[in-house]
Design a protein around this ligand. Structure first.
Ligand SMILES: NC(=O)c1ccc[n+]([C@@H]2O[C@H](COP(=O)([O-])OP(=O)(O)OC[C@H]3O[C@@H](n4cnc5c(N)ncnc54)[C@H](O)[C@@H]3O)[C@@H](O)[C@H]2O)c1
Length: 266
């Protein structure tokens, strides 16, 4: 066995043009994978063109709004007809049409039912919908790896003191914690039920991987409480993703790799 080898494996990634995906897609290509990038942003094409220069015929894109369930199902069914999927990385998440960046709209008392439903739709239902069209073939082939990108807030709750005063806009909402806990629960369920077909399902729980535009004062506040005293970079996830997709993790299912600079140990 060549450990970490992904050659011949086709991997579908949702939210593929996002911040975290920018850290693990190219490493997967460099280990031999073929990647199907799903995103609503047309900019995913430019990203794919750049990657294709280095990895010709290894990158495909699907531009689709995953909130548009009919269009998304059609897109997935089309891919399932032409591609045998080995891996699926459920990475996309969106709080809703407004304030997508931080989701910082309101608190527990003011969040609307619609905001709750949207978080569960993007946090859990998108993963379910993405996996379904590919599962029959994965089970038949007796192999496959599903990775759900959760969050440390799939395991713990945010500390409200972090978001006091001027940092209120960075409040991590109860919708997020609840949806991510749900995704982690679904990970374990799928691991248990798919194991007999050698299809594995694991989670990754990133900690604070703030985007470069984040207020420096808030970043300092985060660094002060993170044991490793630094914010995560997207590339910090690459090793875990490659490990979970490759044969190296063939005896591992239903687990969560927490990559958070030690946040959750204290
Ligand atoms: N950034 C962090 O600090 C952090 C920490 C823990 C967990 N996470 C999780 O990691 C995952 C990726 O986070 P990120 O920071 O890279 O987010 P991001 O916002 O940078 O990327 C999300 C991607 O999803 C796409 N997307 C959004 N709505 C869509 C829709 N309706 N249809 C199709 N695509 C859509 C966006 O265009 C974007 O490219 C998420 O599940 C997030 O919850 C992020």
């Amino acid at each position: 066995m060549k450990i970490f080898d992904l050659s011949g494996k086709t991997i579908l990634v949702t939210g593929a043009n996002g911040w975290l995906a920018s850290g693990f897609i190219e490493p997967c290509l460099s280990f031999g994978a073929r990647i199907i990038m799903v995103d609503s942003s047309p900019a995913v094409k430019d990203t794919a063109v750049k990657l294709s220069k280095k990895y010709p015929r290894k990158v495909d894109t699907v531009i689709v709004d995953m909130f548009d369930q009919k269009a998304y199902q059609q897109a997935l069914n089309k891919i399932a007809k032409t591609h045998q999927m080995y891996g699926i990385i459920n990475n996309a998440f969106c709080f809703g049409k407004s304030n997508v960046e931080t989701g910082a709209e309101g608190d527990f008392m003011s969040l609307s039912d619609e905001q709750w439903m949207t978080a569960f739709e993007s946090g859990i239902l998108w993963a379910v919908q993405t996996v379904k069209p590919f599962l029959p073939a994965m089970r038949k082939n007796k192999g496959g790896s599903i990775i759900n990108i959760c969050s440390m807030y799939a395991l713990i709750a945010p500390n409200p003191n972090l978001y006091s005063g001027e940092f209120k806009k960075y409040l991590s909402q109860p919708t997020y914690t609840s949806a991510k806990h749900g995704l982690w629960g679904w990970t374990k369920y799928m691991a248990s039920f798919l194991a007999k077909d050698q299809v594995r399902c694991n989670a990754i729980a990133p900690g604070a991987f703030s985007k470069p535009a984040t207020d420096a004062k808030f970043i300092k506040r985060l660094k002060d409480i993170i044991p490793l005293q630094t914010i995560g970079k997207p590339a910090d996830l690459a090793g875990a993703v490659i490990y979970l997709l490759s044969e190296s993790s063939s005896y591992m299912t239903g687990q969560c790799l927490t990559i958070d600079g030690g946040w959750t140990v204290r």
